[in-house]
Design a protein around this ligand. Structure first.
Ligand code: DAH
Length: 357
């Protein structure tokens, strides 16, 4: 009688299971795979040897071998699972250490502190200049009704002057009744209304803030931009007071060699109205491409309050008179820092922003 090739099967199984248990890394497991469950394993050799058995014996031995194979495969797969989980945990640990490294780096080289953007900084400087001249800073809403943005400013519906402001409408209430303010002038209306209600005239205020127009952005325009509005309502105010405020502001903000001039213009809410220009800061008045060789750059508009506006807010025009002005904050920043293209203000390119820290 020949000994069955499977006589030592359980001993082989025990040794294979022990080998599986001894493997401690995925790489080692992969390397051992052919010897434990693959073609080079003792189980494959035994499988081949079954060929020499009588059919009856072969069937029984085959079943026995199959069962052992199943157990070994199972143990092998389980070990792979454990080692994979271990490898993942180790990778996470390595990542955690990486993060730790970054933190340590930041402690050694602190991140630079942020600073106000050029537009915000310009707004503050402009406020400071006007506060020093005796003005109070006020603000108003960016979403306005048609009445505040246009009608109370003597711009009735369908008035041709509406073409001066390409308007974004807000989808609220009746069509075209709610707008993103196209200028800071509606804040004048809020201030005068409140002052009348509270008996708090006179007014000497400036009102900075964001405005919106349906303009295609270019080197000198943005669709969302900033203006600062000025309003004086007092007794005996004359055009000369307006001109004096503009000139004082221009010297204080741009420097003694930059002056202002007023040129006749039209705005529905002021009468007379003027455009206010300053010496071109690029060529200092010599004439260049930026100022179209005139030596002057337009900054904003101004004028004496139109009686229709005083009436709309209930200010007694026999007792009070006043002036207003409004100009672009972004334009001031552009002029003072000689920024060729205003779109740089909204690009958020740190190489640009860092120059103004
Ligand atoms: N709101 C005008 C604009 O954005 C500028 C302006 C002109 C403001 C005359 C005023 C003013 O207060 O009196 O085009």
């Amino acid at each position: 009688m020949t000994t069955s090739p499977l006589a030592e099967l359980s001993a082989h199984a025990a040794s294979l299971l022990a080998r599986i248990d001894e493997v401690t890394t995925l790489a080692e497991l992969t390397q051992q795979e052919p010897h434990i469950v693959g073609k080079r394993s003792i189980l494959s050799a035994l499988q081949k040897s079954l060929g020499g058995l009588a059919p009856e014996e072969r069937k029984a031995a085959g079943a026995q071998l199959q069962e052992v194979r199943r157990r070994i495969d199972e143990a092998f797969a389980a070990r792979r699972g454990v080692l994979e989980a271990l490898a993942r945990a180790q990778a996470l640990e390595a990542d955690r250490l990486d993060l730790g490294d970054v933190v340590v780096t930041q402690v050694r080289v602190p991140l630079a502190a942020g600073h106000p953007g050029i537009v915000a900084a310009t707004q503050r400087q402009l406020e400071d200049v006007f506060v020093a001249m005796g003005f109070v800073v006020a603000d108003g809403p960016e979403v306005e009704s048609d009445w505040y943005n246009f009608e109370a400013l003597n711009i009735p519906p369908a008035h041709p002057a509406r073409g001066m402001w390409d308007t974004f409408y807000v989808d609220l209430g009746e069509p075209e009744t709610v707008v993103l303010r196209t200028h800071t002038s509606p804040t004048q209306i809020h201030l005068m209304e409140r002052a009348v209600l509270e008996g708090a005239l006179p007014i000497h205020s400036v009102m900075p803030g964001r405005c919106y127009r349906r303009d295609t952005p270019d080197a000198r325009h943005l669709a969302a931009f900033h203006q600062i509005e000025g309003l004086v309502v007092d007794r005996g105010i004359a055009f000369a007071d307006l001109a004096g405020v503009i000139e004082t502001f221009t010297h204080a903000y741009f420097g003694p060699d930059i002056s202002s001039r007023l040129r006749p213009a039209y705005f529905p809410f002021t009468e007379p109205s003027a455009e206010f220009e300053i010496t071109c800061t690029i060529c200092r008045g010599q004439g260049c491409r930026t100022c179209s060789q005139t030596g002057w750059i337009e900054l904003g508009g101004c004028g004496m309050l139109d009686p229709a506006v005083l009436e709309a807010v209930g200010v007694d025009g026999d007792e009070w008179s006043g002036f207003a002005f409004g100009f672009g904050i972004d334009r001031c920043a552009q002029m003072r820092h000689q920024i060729a293209d205003m779109r740089a203000l909204i690009d958020n390119d740190v190489r640009f922003l860092r120059q103004f820290s």
